[in-house]
Design a protein around this ligand. Structure first.
Ligand SMILES: CC(C)(COP(=O)(O)OP(=O)(O)OC[C@H]1O[C@@H](n2cnc3c(N)ncnc32)[C@H](O)[C@@H]1OP(=O)(O)O)[C@@H](O)C(=O)NCCC(=O)NCCS
Length: 145
């Protein structure tokens, strides 16, 4: 009944918007790199309903020297489906794809509230917190493969 499959950047908007860009226009749901050929977007479905999304953009952070890096963006599960182990399934699926791509580092800027979720999945915090205007306190996080 739950399944994960690749979707387009635009198909992520109905989950990105209420969870990550509440009250903002649809244009605010587009992220740099979304449409690059190396990017991929995963959708988690409950039957036919899209309830979770995560996007993976090939983007090098200066924090790491490795060549093959991906950035996680727009990780979101609809509120009524959170805390059921679904975010965890989305990350597990992505890690299989990233390992196949020979990705060395997956990094991202995590919202403060989501840091415990990512730590639970084996990601590490790097450095101090920083503010992203309109969104709040974030931490750089990563996992090395
Ligand atoms: C963060 C988010 C993606 C996590 O997905 P989820 O489906 O709710 O998380 P899961 O149920 O898979 O959680 C997996 C584990 O992390 C823990 N966890 C999840 N969110 C947590 C939180 N905020 N604080 C502490 N632990 C948390 C769960 O208890 C679970 O632990 P367990 O395996 O020991 O039982 C989701 O809650 C969400 O969309 N939040 C709002 C948007 C957001 O903050 N996105 C991240 C942007 S960086």
């Amino acid at each position: 009944m739950y399944h994960i499959k690749p979707i387009s950047a635009e198909e992520t908007y109905p989950v990105r918007q209420p969870v990550l860009r509440e009250g903002k226009p649809l244009e605010a749901c587009s992220f740099p790199g979304d449409l690059e050929e190396s990017s991929f977007h995963l959708g988690l479905f409950y039957n036919v309903q899209l309830i979770g999304v995560a996007s993976f953009i090939k983007n090098k952070s200066q924090l790491f020297s490795e060549e093959n890096q991906y950035q996680l963006r727009g990780m979101a599960i609809l509120k009524e489906f959170q805390k059921k182990g679904l975010g965890k399934r989305l990350i597990d699926e992505a890690e299989i794809i990233l390992a196949r791509n020979k990705t060395k580092i997956l990094w991202f800027n995590a919202r403060e509230n989501a840091v415990p979720f990512y730590k639970n999945k084996g990601f590490h915090v790097l450095g101090d917190s920083f503010n992203i205007p309109d969104i709040g306190k974030h931490y750089s996080m990563y996992k090395e493969f």
